[in-house]
Design a protein around this ligand. Structure first.
Ligand code: PEP
Length: 261
């Protein structure tokens, strides 16, 4: 995992009230405060972000959102801007999650604009990509995922590209209990890195590529052994602070043994 610092990010989706988020943050920080060998991110609903800021700002746990607007500000009813995320101490934002693409009609073009907007204000975008079961069975998974990545990123400079994270999340593995095999995850993460190399040359070696899809404390270790899997985006298994901390600790000792970190 040449010189790439691993990242484990939790995606709470539409779960947790303000008080639940505050309680979680206190318990979670206590569990992970000594973890030094990877970056930890909690991506919470917008309404819970301020509670996380109160508990976690300047701690080793970074705060992220799950979406944002591509516009700066203005008449965009119901939207949340990148500046608003900075205001609640966010440093990361998930963009193009399959649930947003599938249920809310987000297009590659909109996602590309959101990635640019996030980078413009200094947020780290976690760009999600992934194929559905039909495309995988038809042998079109690599083409779909590489297309999503290049359509989201092709207008960026190499400098901007070096500030992104990509998360490969096969739709058939999200929330289903079915994890892609470590080998499937590795193959797709390597294919994503090949696309990044076309866009940014050898600097692509520096971009963290995460796997997401039913990652748990029991399977994180296997996934992290793969050379192009640099961490995980975790949905269901991030909802309980103690289990998520355990998942992180199961990734941690392995990471510490890796070269170049
Ligand atoms: C996700 O929502 O990004 C995700 C990977 O979910 P789960 O871990 O529950 O499959």
């Amino acid at each position: 995992m040449a010189n790439r610092r691993p990242v484990i990010a939790g995606n709470w989706k539409m779960f947790k009230t303000i008080s639940e988020a505050g309680d979680y943050a206190v318990k979670f920080l206590d569990e992970v405060k000594d973890v030094t060998d990877l970056d930890i991110v909690l991506c919470a609903p917008f309404t819970a972000l301020h509670a996380l800021k109160n508990e976690l700002e300047e701690s080793i746990v970074h705060i992220g959102a799950q979406n944002m607007a591509w516009a700066d500000q203005g008449a965009y009813t119901g939207e949340i801007s990148a500046q608003m995320l900075l205001d609640v101490a966010c440093t990361y934002v998930i963009l193009g999650h399959s649930e947003r693409r599938e249920m809310f009609g987000e297009t590659d073009q909109e996602i590309a604009k959101k990635v640019q907007q996030a980078l413009a204000v200094g947020l780290t975008p976690i760009l999600c990509c992934g194929e559905n079961l039909h495309l995988r069975e038809e042998g079109q998974a690599v083409e779909r995922v590489q297309g999503q990545v290049s359509r989201a990123l092709s207008d960026l400079s190499i400098e901007d590209l070096s500030r992104i994270i990509v998360a490969y999340e096969p739709i058939w593995a999200i929330g289903t209990g079915k994890t892609a095999s470590s080998q499937d995850a590795q193959e797709m993460c390597a294919a994503i890195r090949a696309t990044l190399t076309e866009l940014m040359g050898r600097t692509a070696e520096k971009v963290p590529i995460l796997y997401g899809g039913s990652v748990k404390a029991e399977n994180i270790g296997e996934l992290m052994k793969e050379p192009d899997v640099d961490g995980a985006l975790v949905g269901g298994a991030s909802l309980d602070p103690l289990s998520f901390a355990k998942l992180i600790k199961n990734a941690g000792p392995l990471v510490a043994r890796m070269e170049g970190i």
